[in-house]
Design a protein around this ligand. Structure first.
Ligand SMILES: *[C@@H]1O[C@H](CO)[C@@H](O)[C@H](O)[C@H]1NC(C)=O
Ligand SMILES: *[C@@H]1O[C@H](CO)[C@@H](O)[C@H](O)[C@H]1NC(C)=O
Length: 280
């Protein structure tokens, strides 16, 4: 067996918990090759069930625990200790988990590529540090409504997780400017998603040191786009902006080009001191 989705019929029923523990026990005895398990919305699941489950399922690669609202840090400690192969973990709306539990996941699951902790509002920057230090392959991080996360944490994360390509930071109110993380690949996904549905009207990429003209290429089919901010995007060129304009003639582009290295002396010295003069 490589894949299992468990329907949760017992949302509020008294038998839900016990039968789940039994289910996990059977599973852990008989399914050492299980790679993927989805017990989302099984809100009767507690640490006992998780303990029984992970003990015999060291090969789990994907675990979906969305809406398992009873899960506490203790459950995460079992997962961290027994699931070294874990690549995908969804803990959305597991409201009781905190840094303590999630850090043990980071330390035990170095192969993690996708983590969803949206709605887990008690987590802090300590998680972003732990992910940066332990999970270099992280590609997808969803932390919507985790309002304690700040730029400081995201910067640490970006420094260490170079494969990041998607982040959901909706309502991370302290982190309106997290642009250091954004890469061309991230913009490509944005282009494929938001632009395809004509949703994107404004994109502020100021101070995004990683993005290049390739990002502008990914946005050229965004016909709803009215304004783009590119201040301090050192890798964006005038030629790239010009190409974007051929596709989106009405777009407002705000950018300036600060010299990264001193310009050659030929051509006069005026330009050297003009750091923010070209508003397009
Ligand atoms: C997990 O199960 C839930 C509920 O049955 C379902 O809505 C969801 O799409 C499943 N997720 C995955 C990744 O299979
Ligand atoms: C989460 O934070 C809230 C508000 O600070 C606090 O009341 C609650 O006890 C915390 N939950 C846990 C599980 O630590």
């Amino acid at each position: 067996m490589a894949d299992e989705t468990v329907p949760c019929e017992h949302h509020n029923g008294s038998g839900g918990h016990d039968s789940f523990v039994l289910f996990c026990f059977i599973l852990s005895e008989g399914c050492p090759l299980l790679e993927q398990l989805n017990i989302s919305w099984c809100d009767q699941v507690t640490k006992d069930g998780i303990q029984a489950l992970v003990r015999g399922c060291g090969g789990l690669k994907a675990l979906f625990l969305k809406g398992c609202t009873q899960l506490e840090d203790e459950a995460l400690k079992y997962i961290g200790a027994h699931c070294p192969e874990l690549v995908t973990l969804n803990l959305q709306t597991c409201l009781q988990i905190t840094d303590e539990g999630l850090i043990t996941i980071c330390r035990g699951c170095h192969k993690l590529q996708s983590l969803c902790a949206s709605g887990c509002s008690n987590i802090t920057d300590a998680i972003l540090n732990a992910l940066g230090q332990n999970c270099p392959r992280l590609r997808i991080l969803e932390v919507a409504r985790c309002s304690q996360l700040t730029d400081v944490g995201f910067t640490t994360l970006a420094r260490n997780c170079h494969e990041l390509e998607k982040m959901d930071l909706e309502e991370c109110v302290q982190s309106l400017s997290h642009c250091e993380l954004v890469t061309d690949d991230g913009i490509r996904h944005l282009g494929n998603g938001a632009c395809a549905h004509d949703q994107l009207e404004v994109i502020e990429l100021d101070n995004c040191p990683l993005i290049t003209d390739a990002s502008l290429e990914h946005l050229k089919s965004c016909h709803s786009l009215e304004r783009i901010e590119l201040y301090d995007c050192q890798q964006i060129t005038r030629a790239g902006i010009k190409r974007l304009r051929t596709h989106l003639p009405n777009i407002k582009v705000h950018a300036y080009f600060a010299p990264v290295t001193p310009p050659p002396s030929v051509g006069g010295s005026r330009q050297r001191f003009c750091r923010c003069c070209i508003i397009l």
